[in-house]
Design a protein around this ligand. Structure first.
Ligand code: NAD
Length: 483
């Protein structure tokens, strides 16, 4: 195994152990074996992390943006140099194939550190002239931010939250998912090596109760969660009582519409990327695939052939292109949905079974003839299960695509230029794709509408969610008053 983190938490610039908290086993999804063990944060650990973040914040904010940015960019460079080691660890933590982790995890995290590191020096307020008087605005940090992560992209999520937060002069306490606790510790270690002052980025382990304690603390100004809608409701409500800022990156059940005129191979690629990457454990996945009548047969034929070519196996083998699910529990949830799909009358085109090997492997699964009302077309499965639905024309399919409580992402494959943009405008979703699917470059805003979230990560837009404006009124002459 690769270099593992050396303790459960990272507090005030160093690894920190406290075995008083309950043990959290780290299970390698490809074998089901325990590969590490961390301890949940006790109240003392939570307090130490928040105290460190609070104490470090004024001096961190007082540095120039150039100085802060330099540290973030140095961390990005270290991450890229250690991409192999970090990708191996990410694969142990999540079970995702090395073929993916080596191009999508530490690399994406490094992009965020580089992008926001570059932006740190450019953050400014503005000058507003009012005759002889004037107002200027100062863009100020919020203070101590809490980041709470899901298990599907542990390195990326930590950096998508930390990079803009730190660039703006905030400090952070990050709680990874209890399912994948290792990678965020490496992020903290690398930031520290890059010169980050102690206390600016801290990591504490634990389940929802530890997250809830962090959010409830008066020292915290902002909470950014990546997780499911039910957790989002709880976290949003807890943040509301303290009138805290929030970013919510939640779940989805996104539509992907494929018209007769689409290039079939590209459409199949989009559907594969939008359903089977990371064994389907991607929040923005286009799991409701609406396919127009004229292309349906060709689409399903090519999809089946190409799924046969998936290399399922040891995720550390660079040849493997499809790995296990993150946990037994997540696999059981997906199997439950597969059974439900069959019960409710969807046609199983391929897959549907657990693989006969150790670990939490599920076959890539496709259902056709799915009706809008079926459970597999309405609920987020978060596994490798694609639902193919039929449609006749644009007027019919767009309202059906939007008929969901979620609004994270949506995609369309067509060669008709005006139709593509018309549909992108009509989609009720935060992130839309035309003739592609699931790209998430740091330069573009990412986030959801409706139940899928509040706020945006990445891009210049993230700065708005990690800073606040202070207006300063300046009077140049005498001041009159009514009495
Ligand atoms: P989850 O909601 O079960 O847990 C997310 C995190 O919240 C974990 O760290 C968990 O410990 C913590 N948590 C749970 N209860 C809490 C509470 N009461 N207070 C504070 N923290 C609490 O989600 P998951 O199973 O880890 O991840 C899968 C979900 O995340 C899916 O719904 C997926 O769509 C979503 N997701 C969204 C995005 C996005 O960017 N929109 C990205 C990845 C995953």
């Amino acid at each position: 195994m690769t270099t593992q983190p050396t303790a459960s938490h990272f507090v005030n610039g160093a690894y920190h152990e406290n075995a008083g908290g309950s043990a959290i086993p780290v299970i390698y999804p490809a074998t089901g074996e325990e590969i590490a063990r961390v301890h949940s944060a006790t109240d003392a650990v939570v307090d130490a992390a928040l105290a460190a973040a609070r104490a470090a914040q004024p001096a961190w904010a007082a540095m120039t943006g150039t100085e802060r940015g330099r540290i973030l960019r140095r961390a990005a460079d270290i991450m890229r140099e250690r991409n192999h080691e970090l990708s191996v660890l990410e694969t142990f933590d999540t079970g995702k194939p090395y073929q993916e982790t080596s191009v999508a995890d530490a690399t994406s995290a490094a992009d965020a550190l580089e992008y926001f590191g570059g932006m740190a020096a450019t953050l400014t307020g503005e000058h507003i002239q009012l005759g002889h008087d004037w107002v200027y605005t100062r863009r100020e940090p919020l203070g101590v931010c809490v980041g709470i992560g899901a298990w599907n992209y542990p390195t990326q999520i930590a950096c998508w939250k930390a990079a803009p937060a730190l660039a703006c002069g905030n400090t952070m306490v990050f709680k990874p998912s209890e399912t994948t606790p290792l990678c965020a510790l490496k992020v903290a270690e690398i930031l520290t090596e890059a010169g980050l002052p102690a206390g600016v980025f801290n990591v504490v382990q634990g389940l929802g109760d530890v997250g809830a304690k962090l959010i409830a603390d008066d020292r915290v100004a902002k909470v950014s969660l990546t997780g499911s809608v039910p957790t989002g409701r709880k976290v949003y409500a807890a943040a509301a009582s303290g009138i805290k800022n929030v970013t919510m990156e939640l779940g989805g059940k996104s539509p992907l519409i494929i018209f007769d005129d689409a290039n079939v191979e590209n459409a199949v690629s989009g559907a594969i990327l939008g359903n089977f990457y990371s064994s389907g454990q991607v929040c923005s996945n286009g799991t409701r695939v609406f396919v127009q009548g004229g292309i349906k047969e060709a689409f399903l034929d090519r999809l089946s052939v190409r799924l046969e070519a998936a290399v399922i196996g040891d995720p550390q083998d660079p040849k493997t292109s499809f790995g296990p699910m993150v946990s037994e529990r997540q696999m059981e949830i997906a199997l439950g949905y597969i059974a439900k799909g069959q019960e409710e009358g969807a046609r199983l085109v391929c897959g549907g079974k657990r693989l006969n090997r150790n670990g939490f492997y599920l076959q890539p699964t496709v259902f056709a003839d799915v009706a809008d009302t079926m459970t597999i077309a309405r609920e987020e499965i978060f596994g490798p299960v694609m639902a193919v639905l039929d449609f006749d024309d644009e007027a019919e399919v767009v309202p059906r695509a939007n008929a969901t409580e979620f609004g994270l992402a949506a995609g369309v494959f067509t060669r008709d230029l005006t139709r593509a943009h018309r549909i992108a405008a009509a989609f009720e979703a935060g992130t839309c794709y035309i003739n592609t699917y699931n790209d998430a470059p740091v330069e573009a805003p990412f986030g959801g509408s409706k139940l899928s979230g509040v706020g945006r990560e990445n891009s210049k837009a993230a700065i708005e969610h990690y800073s606040q404006l202070k207006s300063v009124y300046v009077r140049m002459g005498d001041l009159e008053a009514p009495f």
